[in-house]
Design a protein around this ligand. Structure first.
Ligand SMILES: CSCCC(=O)C(=O)COP(=O)(O)O
Ligand code: MG
Length: 238
């Protein structure tokens, strides 16, 4: 990390918000909304792309799909079809006010600081781009909608798997004017941090309360920070 970081790429779960918000609030919300959604939307044209994204054998009946999605959710599957459907289901919860994302307290001020310094801030999550936008639109911060601070959104569909270096190279190529070494990626996942570094991006592990413990090897291999404030103190947007 150095003082001339020119682009910031952020993971979501375990980095900007607690893992519990995703696992204990968002995913159960989607599962609870699913039976009613499947019974009312099963034959509607607008729902067909969400169904068609799953293998045919899992979409023979609403109950078959419900069982499949329940199993995928239990495995924390990052399958794009699941992520796309979850984004669709979250939309109802965010618009009704049932869902609001509790960002870690250092996140909004850091986003404001980096934005004020004209450092583009981008998101890269396994959650779909639609789900990412909903999350940043409906936060518990004031103002609630932080999308004006964000420049772009990447997921496993438009960038590729988060544990592959090629995905980070592809994201960096979206801004050819910024040298790859001037990017900074922050994530709770050491495999993602390793992949970003292999692509030539600076990357730190963010260790938040509730995140999985790191092994000694992971601590030795990567820089670990406890907050975005620490990143700013280290030199990005002091
Ligand atoms: C953006 S909505 C919920 C996030 C999600 O579905 C997920 O799987 C979290 O993955 P991340 O890559 O943000 O750790
Ligand atoms: Mg994460």
């Amino acid at each position: 990390m150095n003082a001339d970081t020119q682009a910031i790429l952020l993971d979501i779960e375990g980095t900007v918000c607690p893992i519990t918000f995703v696992k204990d609030v968002l995913f159960p919300y989607a599962l609870a909304a699913l039976p009613a959604t499947l019974s009312t939307h099963w034959s509607t044209p607008s729902f067909q792309p969400y169904l068609a994204a799953f293998p045919l054998e899992h979409t023979t009946t609403p109950d078959t799909l419900l069982s499949h999605i329940t199993a995928l959710t239990a495995q924390d599957s990052k399958l794009p079809a699941l992520k796309s459907l979850q984004g669709y289901l979250f939309a109802q919860g965010y618009s009704s006010g049932a869902l609001q994302c509790p960002l870690f307290p250092d996140v909004p001020p850091s986003l404001h600081t980096w934005h004020a310094l004209s450092i583009p801030i981008m998101i890269y999550s396994s959650g779909s781009v639609a789900a990412q936008k909903l999350l940043f639109e409906h936060t518990t911060s004031t103002p609630s909608d932080l999308r004006p601070l964000l420049s772009d959104y990447f997921d496993t569909v438009n960038a590729g798997p988060k544990t592959e270096a090629a995905s980070y190279a592809k994201i960096a190529s979206s801004r050819p004017e910024i040298e790859i070494s001037k990017w900074l990626f922050l994530s709770d996942n050491p495999k993602e941090v390793k992949a970003a570094k292999e692509a030539g991006i600076q990357s730190f592990i963010v260790m938040r309360e509730g995140n999985a413990p790191l092994s000694d090897e992971e601590r030795a291999a990567h820089r670990v920070v406890a907050s975005f404030e620490e990143v700013r103190i280290l030199g990005v947007g002091i």
